[in-house]
Design a protein around this ligand. Sequence first.
Ligand SMILES: *[C@@H]1O[C@H](CO)[C@@H](O)[C@H](O)[C@H]1NC(C)=O
Ligand SMILES: *[C@@H]1O[C@H](CO)[C@@H](O)[C@H](O)[C@H]1NC(C)=O
Ligand SMILES: *[C@@H]1O[C@H](CO)[C@@H](O)[C@H](O)[C@H]1NC(C)=O
Ligand SMILES: *[C@@H]1O[C@H](CO)[C@@H](O)[C@H](O)[C@H]1NC(C)=O
Ligand SMILES: *[C@@H]1O[C@H](CO)[C@@H](O)[C@H](O)[C@H]1NC(C)=O
Ligand SMILES: *[C@@H]1O[C@H](CO)[C@@H](O)[C@H](O)[C@H]1NC(C)=O
Ligand SMILES: *[C@@H]1O[C@H](CO)[C@@H](O)[C@H](O)[C@H]1NC(C)=O
Ligand SMILES: *[C@@H]1O[C@H](CO)[C@@H](O)[C@H](O)[C@H]1NC(C)=O
Ligand SMILES: *[C@@H]1O[C@H](CO)[C@@H](O)[C@H](O)[C@H]1NC(C)=O
Ligand SMILES: *[C@@H]1O[C@H](CO)[C@@H](O)[C@H](O)[C@H]1NC(C)=O
Length: 601
Amino acid sequence: MASTPLSLLSLLLLLSFSLICAKPPTLHLHLTTDPTTTTTTDTLPTTFFEVTKPIKLPNTKPCSTHILQHDFAYTYGSPPVSTPYSPPSTSNCPSNTFSRIVLQWSATCKGRQFDRIFGVWLGGVELLRSCTAEPRATGIQWTVKKDITRYYSLLMTNQTLDVYLGNIVDTTYTGVYHVNLSFHFYPNKLSENGLNLGTLDNKWADLIIPISRNMPMNDGLWFEIENSTDVEVKEFRVPQNVYRAVLEVYVSFHENDEFWPTNVVNEYVLDNNLTGYPGNGPFREVVVSLDGGVIGAVWPFTVVYTGGVNPLLWRPITGIGSFDLPTYDIEITPFLGSILNGKTHEFGFSVTNALNVWYIDANLHVWLDEKSEKTTGKLLTQNISPLHVSLVSNYTGLNGTFVTKATRSIKSTGWVQSSHGKIVTETTQKFNYTNIMVMAENADSQIVNQIIEFNDSVYAKIPSSVVSKESLKTFSFYIHSDTEDKGNGSYAELADITLGFNEKKIGNSGSKSFTSVLENVQNGQGSMFVKGNLVVSGLGSTQQMYKYGDDEFCYFRDVSSSNYTIIYDKEGHTCSKSEKSGFSFVIGKHWPFPARDRHAI
Ligand SMILES: *[C@@H]1O[C@H](CO)[C@@H](O)[C@H](O)[C@H]1NC(C)=O
Ligand SMILES: *[C@@H]1O[C@H](CO)[C@@H](O)[C@H](O)[C@H]1NC(C)=O
Ligand SMILES: *[C@@H]1O[C@H](CO)[C@@H](O)[C@H](O)[C@H]1NC(C)=O
Ligand SMILES: *[C@@H]1O[C@H](CO)[C@@H](O)[C@H](O)[C@H]1NC(C)=O
Ligand SMILES: *[C@@H]1O[C@H](CO)[C@@H](O)[C@H](O)[C@H]1NC(C)=O
Ligand SMILES: *[C@@H]1O[C@H](CO)[C@@H](O)[C@H](O)[C@H]1NC(C)=O
Ligand SMILES: *[C@@H]1O[C@H](CO)[C@@H](O)[C@H](O)[C@H]1NC(C)=O
Ligand SMILES: *[C@@H]1O[C@H](CO)[C@@H](O)[C@H](O)[C@H]1NC(C)=O
Ligand SMILES: *[C@@H]1O[C@H](CO)[C@@H](O)[C@H](O)[C@H]1NC(C)=O
Ligand SMILES: *[C@@H]1O[C@H](CO)[C@@H](O)[C@H](O)[C@H]1NC(C)=O
């Protein structure tokens, strides 16, 4: 089991230690700004936001439930905030079936505070993993809306809702997070048939089983993975009439692994006597096992939180995924044969090369055969290519180049016999990873260019037809940072960053087909002067291009900000056919990187 929740405390210690410690290689930290020295003439709170497509809603009036109002002051190490939850009742809502359900998190904060990770769980099932925005002296506000319709069956039952947001308030870090949480239930329109809106899943899961830590606790319900050998397990049991199952995995990385793509290899740490410096190289893999055997993996998108690299980059446009962290689905159906016996089984989570700490939990979505009490199944084949990681390093002292590459594929086939007939399901995950890291200027300069390809597919052979789903993802991460030690525990840093989240989804079911394309890229340029762990001056500029298209819907947004101000913001709902089918991978900057002068700020 996970041990004591010392994450944030040790983070603060680590921060003060790192910054007074020997001349460090470029180190990207959680930082916050000093409102006393970044005074502005603004008086209204700034609205922060993450760029994402609007949730497609039916043209019906929602039944809204205010779930929680809470002020998160000194909440670190306290139990989650809990409240009873009941679905809308006939007395407050004219409908009892809904085509969309939306979670809305609205918050304000004022003063100085770090970015804090938080989670929202319903009956132990995680609904949202998110990061708070960092406040400023004049105050901020932000809203996160998430489509939670896939948790439909759970949302129709009485449950306990828990929110854990571990915040620390003292005379320096004064920001209290004031939060409202609401759910909006959009009734079905008569013309709409059931719950199916543009996906191939013909309905949502009948039951969602939490694969998280059991209450009570003084922490989040996530498991904490502290090192590369740590395996956190959870026992569970499924009903005996399941015919399909999907494990939805939530992942976030913190402290020594918050910027894992920039972590250096251990030989470099040892050769340069950099004790305590985040190592284990830049490759990470989340491994999911069932009763001890590997069933799937997650090579996660590199979310940068709102205090990451340079906090001024994320004001007001926040980093991709930081307000609504991506989750990853692993199809479990081929393995159902081994868990339909009514006994308890065990999911396990580990992270290859992990340093303290990863927060991981999952939700098991299961579909039940309403026409039988027992289904049967069998795993037919499983091919797991061993993880292959290669490293080519060439360094002298603190200067050098490191190229890390990895590939992996996992393919599983199995059948399930239910009243739907005998369904044979084949699932494949294919991964490819490249990270090129350059350390120069005795490690005051670091350049990292990383690309992850993460392809998933599911083919299900039903007696009458074939259903297939594919998701092709490319996650890119680029950073160039130059640091200059200014003595007395202060430094100046310039950092350029590019984050890319691209995903193409293709589905086929009999005569129906579905395609969607997302290209989401952010570029940021930041400069800052840091004293202790406070940014005392600086500038952040960010540009983002978001393009989404599917068979029914199109959305783009081209937005830019600098020094808290939106420079331009173009939004649209039309796109050409070529834009819909185009799927070009945007890769930071290309090798070789241009030489660059360092400036003092
Ligand atoms: C940022 O904007 C503030 C006003 O809000 C201004 O005082 C400051 O000079 C600007 N900083 C830069 C680097 O442009
Ligand atoms: C929360 O809701 C209450 C009641 O509607 C409102 O007074 C308060 O300002 C809201 N707070 C936030 C942070 O949205
Ligand atoms: C759910 O909770 C509501 C409100 O507390 C209560 O009226 C109702 O009876 C509960 N339903 C069930 C099935 O327990
Ligand atoms: C890894 O973490 C686990 C869980 O905290 C702990 O029991 C184990 O001793 C750690 N192993 C190493 C090598 O530090
Ligand atoms: C690292 O420490 C060892 C032992 O103290 C010393 O011999 C060596 O020169 C040091 N190396 C560097 C690069 O400082
Ligand atoms: C290692 O780096 C040095 C200095 O940049 C270069 O001269 C040398 O050719 C490199 N060696 C290899 C094997 O790439
Ligand atoms: C993922 O799919 C794309 C598109 O088919 C392909 O170009 C790429 O090579 C695939 N990557 C892996 C790791 O399979
Ligand atoms: C992985 O990506 C690299 C670099 O883009 C490419 O050369 C290689 O062929 C890819 N491998 C696979 C298995 O897709
Ligand atoms: C590292 O590179 C810098 C200039 O980029 C140079 O001044 C320094 O001597 C180099 N260090 C080593 C150990 O080669
Ligand atoms: C460090 O701070 C002390 C006291 O504030 C000051 O006298 C000294 O000049 C500073 N040193 C540098 C390198 O800034």
